[in-house]
Design a protein around this ligand. Structure first.
Ligand SMILES: NC(=O)c1ccc[n+]([C@@H]2O[C@H](COP(=O)([O-])OP(=O)(O)OC[C@H]3O[C@@H](n4cnc5c(N)ncnc54)[C@H](O)[C@@H]3O)[C@@H](O)[C@H]2O)c1
Ligand SMILES: O=C(O)CC[C@@H](O)C(=O)O
Length: 527
């Protein structure tokens, strides 16, 4: 019988499902060292947000087939390490959406009506009615940062309470925001005009300290901020300072850069204008049953050799033909990710053309893989092969699929074009040999490059000296070039330059590159 380790408190409904097919050991509060020691005995690991599933734990898990996260965020799992080891990571993308949205509302109202302090005061034997005069949320402006599942649910509830809604989400169309009753604006305007600001975005390198001292300084002195998304999105020291100095009226925080919150955290000393909860966003009876069942069913299925429906790292639903299509799925995902970065965040149209031999294959998985790549900048691990199409539809992305078996430059190739905030861009790629992926054209300029983690693309005039100038610019920022290629259609016409870099491009370098005479456009891409 397979063995499942449950290392965080999980609702009994999930344990009951797992017990049908496995021996289930519930062992919570283990240290990382203890987990490394016992994990080799287990086929599956089920967690909430408490257990940090590090690379060391994954590497020690020689029998592990699946890690199940009873919740949305898998930022406490080293997903790349799990993928490399062939371990499926599953989550429950929707099981606690309502709970988290309702917690944000509870936090907003608690702050507005001083409920935590009033409660403490009455329990201390006092009756201080004049001390706790609150404010109404009716007709106030709520700024929602991140209009995904939780942000959308919250928008509907806040609208019903008579609030005016602003939203900032670079990956959502204006039409979608309008359907939800929100005016889509830039972050700065949202910070300036909102009476309440609530965060519902993932924690990514881009969102780390997105709300820092400078951004907080844009808020009205009467405004309040809520974070029920992820710790680290707000700079905690800057937040504590802003409240203490009266630059903003208050905050309500559920999630922290380090959990449990440290004893000496500056947030603990802010006084009564901050409401703190210990990561309770998903802690409702209903959400805990939902996520436990959702994830336990997937663990059971994988242990029985069946696919998982919400795998965040590998496709879970396709039949046996997956083996043959696998390199093309990887190609589609890479090209989707690439074209979304060239086209800018808010893509509203994607054309996927299957060419050559690929045109004779089942197209749906390839289109889904392209969408997964396209949405990966916005949704990170939240997007998977199961939800990519629905997510794209909800974002108003029009998807067109075409085939052309007569294009035979490679055995099979894939051509994507996408239109976004930076205009329309196209990329083509092919699979060489068994599984080698190549980018074979960019904006219809022929190239032949392997995708790498950090890349720079330029559109420029083909003229002497331009390559050297870009090289020197990168050198002056201490960025090492791994390879470089130029694609052009005619001599001294327009050309595309593709550089693979050893290092990420530092901020500010694009502006310098764009100053080089002859450079028309430049894009950084991280794959
Ligand atoms: N406190 C809790 O217990 C709790 C419970 C559930 C979820 N969460 C967290 O809440 C967050 C939102 O969850 P969700 O289910 O709504 O996710 P979601 O993926 O449905 O929505 C996230 C939204 O953020 C947008 N986004 C991505 N990067 C952005 C950026 N840089 N700026 C602005 N918007 C950006 C995306 O376009 C997307 O619409 C996640 O961080 C999740 O882990 C916390
Ligand atoms: O496990 C929890 O209670 C937190 C879950 C929540 O943060 C999530 O990302 O789903």
């Amino acid at each position: 019988m397979p063995k499942v380790l449950v290392s965080d408190p999980i609702d009994q409904a999930g344990i009951d499902i797992l017990s049908q097919v496995a021996q289930v050991d519930v062992n919570t509060g283990l240290s990382a060292e203890q987990l490394v020691k016992i994990i080799p005995d287990y086929d599956a690991l089920m967690i909430r947000s408490g257990t940090q599933v590090t690379k060391e734990i994954i590497e020690a898990g020689n029998s592990l087939k699946i890690i199940g996260r009873a919740g949305v965020g898998v930022d406490n799992v080293d997903v790349p390490a799990a993928t490399r080891k062939g371990i499926v990571v599953v989550n429950s993308p929707e099981g606690n959406t309502i709970a988290a949205a309702e917690h944000a509302i509870a936090m907003m109202l608690s702050m507005s009506r001083h409920i935590p302090e009033a409660n403490a005061s009455v329990k201390a034997g006092k009756w201080e009615r004049n001390r706790f005069i609150g404010v109404e949320v009716y007709k106030k402006t709520l700024g929602i940062v991140g209009l995904g599942k939780i942000g959308s649910h919250l928008a509907a509830a806040a609208k019903a309470m008579g609030m005016k809604l602003l939203a900032y989400d670079p990956f959502i169309s204006t039409e979608r925001a309008e359907q939800l009753g929100c005016r889509l604006v830039e972050l700065e305007l949202l910070m300036r005009e909102s009476d309440y600001i609530t965060l519902h975005i993932p924690k990514t390198p881009e969102t780390l300290h997105l709300i820092n001292a400078e951004v907080l300084s844009k808020m009205k002195p009467t405004a309040r901020i809520i974070n029920c998304a992820r710790g680290g999105i707000i700079d905690e020291a800057a937040l504590a300072e802003a409240i203490k100095e009266g630059k903003i009226a208050g905050a309500a925080i559920d999630v922290y850069e380090h959990e449990p919150l440290e004893a000496d955290s500056p947030l603990r000393n802010v006084g009564q204008n901050i409401v703190l909860t210990p990561h309770l966003g998903a802690s409702t009876a209903e959400a805990q049953v939902n996520v436990a069942i959702d994830v336990a069913e997937q663990i059971r299925d994988v242990l029985l050799g069946l696919p998982a429906r919400s795998a965040v790292n590998i496709p879970g639903i396709f039949p046996d033909s997956i083996e043959k299509l696998k390199p093309y799925l990887q190609l589609a995902e890479t090209l989707g990710n690439l074209v979304s970065q060239l086209a800018g965040g808010r893509v509203d149209y994607l054309n996927v053309q299957l060419q050559g031999e690929l045109a004779n294959n089942q197209s749906q998985p390839v289109v889904v893989a392209a969408l997964k790549g396209l949405l990966s900048q916005a949704l990170r691990e939240r997007v998977n092969y199961v939800n990519a199409s629905i997510e794209a539809k909800e974002r108003g992305i029009r998807v067109v699929e075409t085939r052309d078996a007569s294009i035979r430059d490679y055995t099979g190739s894939l051509h994507l074009s996408a239109k976004g905030t930076l205009g329309e861009h196209t990329v083509t790629g092919a699979v060489l040999g068994e599984s080698e992926i190549r980018i074979t054209s960019v904006d219809d300029f022929p190239v032949n490059v392997s995708p790498t983690h950090h890349m720079l693309f330029t559109l420029h005039r083909d003229m002497p000296g331009i390559i050297g100038k870009i090289g020197s610019q990168l050198g002056s920022f201490n960025v090492n070039i791994a390879s470089m290629q130029v694609g052009r259609k005619i001599v001294r016409g327009d050309a595309v330059m593709v550089l693979s870099l050893d290092d990420p491009l530092p901020e500010g370098i694009l502006a310098e590159i764009l100053k080089v005479p002859g450079i028309r456009d430049a894009y950084t891409v991280n794959l």
